[in-house]
Ligand binder design. Structure first.
Ligand SMILES: C[S@@+](CC[C@H](N)C(=O)[O-])C[C@H]1O[C@@H](n2cnc3c(N)ncnc32)[C@H](O)[C@@H]1O
Ligand SMILES: [Zn+2]
Length: 274
């Protein structure tokens, strides 16, 4: 619930502390942000831009993740996050699937789900009893208090190194999950999915190395048995959905066998804030 995480939030307009008042968050300067009926608050102060997941993408993601194909990744992220009591923030949280898994392993932590997508925040707000969801842009100043987080998670999502360093307390952990080059490789051509950039890992380290030390890096590769429906959701939930129409994806998926073996290959890197 938002009440659990208000102490982590600051006003996007003046940077002052935010307080919970009925139906809204408010700072001492009286900047006021409505709490939506579904329990999230929008601290974006503008329209969500092009990279926000749409309602259809969020729905596809929720369906795909519910089938458990990425559960081993969530276990890995939870193990990397550790068992402390401090607050956990997920940036680009989507449905907050990974944040919920981390909170299950940390019974005294609260979690803040940040995403630029309103449909994602709506879903994240009910991902877990101890999650509060806020609409915010990972590329701008986060509406988050300095040094309040013990753990930041970034899973298949954008990350701004300077703001992550600011909100993490010294010694805090940043857990980043990125796709490896083999990720979903069997589907890239047939569905026209976007391939993984080979230099992703290099870029990740270049951006984060100035403020962070790498403490651990774990690779996970496994074969998933996906039904045609799973494949449809997988295609519809990812960034390729921005470039390919649902009809086009359906037409391409129709050529696949009933059950397809697909590689999931990711790297989970744990950094420590200096
Ligand atoms: C590929 S999804 C991953 C979601 C979630 N971490 C997961 O793996 O299930 C990327 C997410 O990042 C969000 N996103 C894109 N641009 C963003 C930005 N500038 N700031 C915050 N979130 C952003 C999208 O709305 C989407 O929910
Ligand atoms: Zn204010």
């Amino acid at each position: 619930m938002l009440a659990d995480v208000v102490r982590l939030l600051r006003c996007p307009t003046c940077g002052g502390a935010l307080h919970l008042s009925p139906g809204s968050l408010r700072c001492n300067e009286n900047h006021t942000f409505d709490i939506a009926r579904q329990g999230y608050a929008n601290l974006l102060g503008g329209a969500a831009h092009g990279s926000a997941d749409t309602a259809a993408m969020v729905q596809a993601r929720e369906g795909f993740l519910a089938a458990g194909h990425y559960a081993p990744m969530a276990d890995l992220v939870a193990a990397a996050a550790g068992h402390g009591d401090g607050a956990v923030i997920e940036i680009g949280a989507g449905t907050a699937y990974y944040l919920a898994a981390v909170l299950d392993a940390r019974p005294r932590s609260v979690g803040l789900a940040l995403d630029i997508s309103v449909p994602a925040a709506r879903r994240a707000a009910r991902a877990h009893a101890r999650v509060g969801a806020v609409v915010a842009d990972a590329w701008s100043t986060l509406p988050v208090v300095d040094g309040c987080a013990e753990v930041v998670l970034v899973v298949f999502a954008p990350r701004g190194a300077a703001e992550i360093a600011r909100v993490l307390r010294p010694g805090g952990r940043l857990v980043v999950l990125t796709p490896a080059p083999q990720h979903l490789t069997e589907l890239v051509d047939v569905l026209g999915l976007l391939g993984v950039d080979d230099r992703k890992s290099e870029r990740l380290h270049a951006a984060l190395d100035p403020a962070f030390d790498v403490v651990d890096e774990v690779a996970l590769s496994r074969t998933m048995q996906l039904t045609a429906a799973d494949v449809g959701r997988l295609a519809a939930m990812g960034p390729s959905a921005f470039h390919t129409s649902a009809d086009d994806l359906r037409r391409r998926a129709a050529g696949l066998p009933e059950v397809v073996e697909v590689t999931a290959a990711v790297t989970v890197t744990t950094f420590r804030r200096r």
